[in-house]
Write a protein that binds this ligand. Sequence first.
Ligand code: GAR
Length: 193
Amino acid sequence: MANLAIFASGTGSNFVAIADALAGGPHRVAVLVTDKPDAPVVERAHERDIAVYHADYRPRRARSEVEREIIDELDRRECHMIALAGFMKILTPTIIDRFPQRIVNIHPSLLPRHAGVGAIENSFNSGDTELGITIHFVDYGVDTGPIIVQRSFNRSEVADLQAACERIHALEHYWYPKVVHDLLDHWSQGATV
Ligand code: GAR
C-alpha cells in the first residue's frame, strides 16, 4: 500500500480519473494539494472524502517556504509519491529533491514540443502531424524530465480543436492512472532510488 498526493489547480478531470481508478485497490489518494481553494477540483476531492491541503502561495512568499509546509503535510500523511495534474505552480528543488523520481507530471503535448501553457492549442495550430500526451518525471525545468509514456494520434483524425481536446483528455484519463498505479506498486515494494 502506498499513499499518493495529487497537486492540482483546475478542473480536476485527471484527479478524478486517478482517484476513481485507485479506489478499492491497495493504494490511496491521501491528499489533494492545491493553490486554488475555489477550483472545481476541490469539490471533486470533497465528494470523495479526500483531504484537501491549501498551499499558501500568497504574493511575496518564497516558494521554498511554501514547499516546506507542503512537505510537512505530505510527511504527516506518509505520502510516497506526488502526481501533478494541472498544478499551475512551478516546483523548486526544495520539494523535487525531497521526492527523487517520485514526482510525475502529465502534459497535453508530445514533449519536448509545446511545453508550457496552451499546449493543446499550440500543437493543433502547428504543422505537427502527430498530437498527443506525455507523462514524465519532474526535474528542475518546466515540463522537462525523463519521459515515462507518450501516446499520440494523427492530426488528420480530429476535425477541430474541440475534438483534439477531447481526444487528448481521453488519452490522459486512460494512461495517467495506469502509470501512477504502477509507480505506486513499485514504491510500495520498498524500492529505493
Ligand atoms: C491537463 O490537460 C494536463 O495535461 C495539463 O493541465 C490539464 C489539467 O486538466 N497540464 C499541463 O499543461 C502541465 N504543463 P484537469 O484539471 O482536468 O486534470
